[in-house]
Design a protein around this ligand. Structure first.
Ligand code: CP3
Length: 360
């Protein structure tokens, strides 16, 4: 493990150390765009895969076998922690996640349980142990993850995906004291879950705050940020790098950074150099190709990927990724070629650079 820590370009980039080539992994890299995954899904539901450590490990490895990726992410979802809290979760074919008993009242909030992750999410901790064993020989590090308290609470209140977050924001605006009591429970669930994943073997942790861009900066500061901070402070006991990812965060990038994380994930709605300038020199950055670019022609795709690498300028601490999850039906060939392109282009960049440019 010591050896892997020293040589993995993904782990080095998380620590803002120079690398031979820019590391790349793709959010949602295991999934429906891969025929291997679709094949397995003919026999099993997504929750069945997640709750079976052998299958979850197998799916985690699918993109690692297919592409030269620099990190694996454990196959799970952000929503299973809601089950342990007492919510009933189902993935409805063609529609996405559905919570049958969403949080709508004070009684619902008081009823939320906060079980230990070993009790309610043991299958993912087990899958992490299995995946680490398989990844060890390849020298590929493993990422564990959780939804952020705000994004999880939104799903729990809305009962599924939402356009305007009417129920979640109404609760937040009309009953702030109740909101804070609820969020305190989510921060404990998220913090302990992340910590347990690191203790099970995850070498990096990512927090997905996919819906946070729905908030005004002021609401974020008061109603969401303290709970992300709390979750991160619990997870930090494991001393592994933390990636903090959100979308639509241009109005509050500095706040996202202040909430914590060694690496900040940004989407394509901001230029990478502008984002990094605002974040400052003490964090690494992850991003930020528009996932739709993978459907474009090869020359268009390489123009866009090359532009992002140019904006990063070979500065230590860039992890190449999409600005949000990879889409179903993404052409697999483009994924393979993008991964190789990022490595080749950035290693040429590194060779052309003098040592001084790294002195920051
Ligand atoms: O990155 C990986 O490969 C690890 C696996 C992973 C999944 N979900 C598997 C999954 C990760 C990291 C997630 C995160 C997740 N899940 C997020 C945060 C990232 C984001 O995209 O914003 C969110 C919001 C969810 C909730 C979720 N899960 C939704 C809204 C849906 C339905 C919509 C969709 O994309 O299908 C899911 C289902 C889901 N989670 C699938 C996968 C591979 C597809 C389901 C299937 O196999 O039918």
């Amino acid at each position: 493990m010591e050896n892997q820590e020293a040589t993995s370009r993904f782990l080095r980039a998380c620590h803002r150390q120079p690398v031979d080539a820019t590391p790349i992994w793709l959010m949602r890299q295991a999934g429906r765009y891969m025929s291997e995954y679709r094949e397995l899904r003919k026999s099993y539901g997504i929750l069945e895969i997640i709750k079976n450590p052998e299958l979850a490990c197998e799916v985690t490895m699918q993109p690692i076998h297919a592409f030269d990726l620099d990190a694996a992410i454990i196959f799970a979802d952000i929503l299973p922690p809601l089950e342990g809290m007492g919510l009933s979760l189902e993935f409805v074919k063609g529609e996405g996640p559905l919570i049958h008993n969403p949080i709508r009242s004070a009684a619902d909030v008081e009823a939320l349980r906060t079980p230990q992750p070993e009790e309610s999410l043991g299958f993912t901790l087990e899958a992490i142990k299995l995946a680490r064993r398989e990844l060890e020989s390849r020298g590929v590090p493993l990422i564990g993850f959780s939804g952020a308290p705000f994004t999880l609470a939104c799903y729990a209140i809305e009962g599924g995906s939402s356009r305007n977050y009417r129920y979640a924001k109404s609760l937040m605006m009309s009953e702030p004291a109740l909101w804070h009591r609820m969020m305190a429970k989510f921060s404990v669930i998220v913090g302990r879950y992340l910590l347990a994943q690191a203790r099970a073997g995850a070498q990096v942790l990512q927090i997905f705050d996919s819906w946070v861009g729905a908030l005004s900066p002021d609401d974020y500061r008061q109603m969401a940020m303290p709970y992300t901070q709390q979750a991160i402070s619990i997870a930090k006991q494991a001393s592994v790098p933390i990636i903090h990812f959100g979308t639509n965060t241009n109005g509050m990038l500095e706040l996202i950074r202040n909430a914590g994380g060694d690496v900040i994930g940004v989407d394509w709605r901001i230029d990478l150099d502008v984002a990094w300038g605002r974040l400052g020199p003490h964090v690494a950055i992850q991003g930020n190709l528009d996932p739709v670019a993978l459907f474009a022609s090869w020359s268009e795709l390489t123009d866009r990927a090359g532009r992002i690498l140019g904006l990063a300028g070979g500065r230590p601490g860039h992890i190449f990724n999409l600005g949000h999850g990879i889409l179903p039906e993404t052409p697999v060939d483009n994924v393979r070629r993008l991964v190789d392109f990022v490595h080749e282009y950035s290693s040429r960049q590194a060779n052309n650079q003098t040592g001084e440019e790294y002195d920051r």
